[in-house]
Design a protein around this ligand. Structure first.
Ligand SMILES: *[C@@H]1O[C@H](CO)[C@@H](O)[C@H](O)[C@H]1NC(C)=O
Ligand SMILES: *[C@@H]1O[C@H](CO)[C@@H](O)[C@H](O)[C@H]1NC(C)=O
Ligand SMILES: *[C@@H]1O[C@H](CO)[C@@H](O)[C@H](O)[C@H]1NC(C)=O
Ligand SMILES: *[C@@H]1O[C@H](CO)[C@@H](O)[C@H](O)[C@H]1NC(C)=O
Ligand SMILES: [Cu+2]
Length: 236
């Protein structure tokens, strides 16, 4: 009796460690949730760009002032540029509009993201400036008005009638950096402008830290598992 109770306790140990490993309070979790928080307390909204479809996912979000909207790029080439509602697929030209530049990703998710800080809650319309993508519905909105006719559906319908998507000339308005939220693995490179040569990012990413912690957790898990099995086999 005593030994079987001990065996149950020992075999439950790896489970306890597994639960510890999934600590929901961890800010470096790579959960699929689209919202997380940085160490400085800013809310980060992740928008996936071209993950298996010519679309932003999600393409319609609500963000507060000082929140960060972080675009994660998938193969092959995409970008994010700001437009007005009235002129889909054409850059907003008042000098402050943002553009990530063309992001080339060979596989997985690009190591670089485009981080945008929200300064006010006016609607922000954006699209992919890669030729043909905006016309096919690759567009989105931050803080769409809850009333009126300026909806994402209306923007996408109008975009289908645009003859050619226009890319801004300058990369500006955001920060190109390793992900603050979620994991960035995969081999990729970034081109700042359409004509520049590509370069692989050398920045040390937070996701590298996530991976290291993950490896340590799995080592702990494997170790306690081995101890449980070892003691278990001694008792048999
Ligand atoms: C440019 O347009 C954006 C979006 O409409 C607006 O938030 C921003 O204040 C404008 N900037 C200037 C300098 O007018
Ligand atoms: C987008 O978000 C707005 C505001 O939350 C909402 O009213 C609207 O139904 C959403 N969906 C679309 C497709 O516009
Ligand atoms: C697109 O091209 C057609 C045919 O040349 C033209 O009639 C239409 O005005 C153009 N649309 C835009 C938004 O420029
Ligand atoms: C917020 O302001 C900063 C600094 O002027 C600017 O770089 C950024 O593009 C602005 N954010 C948006 C969404 O326009
Ligand atoms: Cu695209």
């Amino acid at each position: 009796m005593f030994y079987s109770a001990l065996a149950i306790v020992l075999s439950a140990l790896p489970l306890a460690f597994a639960q510890y490993g999934n600590d929901p309070a961890s800010t470096t979790s790579s959960s699929p949730a689209s919202v997380s928080t940085t160490s400085s307390g800013a809310t980060v909204h992740v928008i996936k760009v071209g993950d298996g479809a010519l679309a932003f996912s999600p393409n319609n979000i609500t963000a507060a002032v000082n929140d960060i909207v972080e675009f994660h790029f998938y193969p092959a080439k995409h970008s994010v540029a700001q437009s007005t509602f009235a002129d889909p697929c054409v850059p907003l030209t008042n000098g402050t509009s943002f553009f990530s530049g063309s992001m080339s990703t060979t596989s997985g998710v690009n190591v670089n993201t485009f981080q945008l800080t929200i300064n006010n809650t006016a609607p922000i319309w954006f699209y992919c400036a890669y030729p043909g993508h905006c016309e096919q519905g690759m567009a989105g909105v931050i803080n769409q008005a809850t009333t009126g006719t300026k909806t994402l559906d209306a923007y996408i319908a109008a975009a289908a009638n645009v003859n050619s998507t226009v890319a801004p000339s300058n990369v500006q308005g955001g920060v190109i950096a390793a992900a603050l939220a979620g994991s960035s693995t995969g081999t990729s490179s970034t081109t700042g402008t359409s004509t520049s040569t590509s370069s692989t990012s050398t920045s040390t990413s937070k996701s590298a830290g996530v991976e290291t912690k993950g490896a340590i957790r799995w080592m702990l898990l494997g170790f306690t598992g081995a101890v449980a099995v070892g003691v278990g086999s001694l008792m048999v």
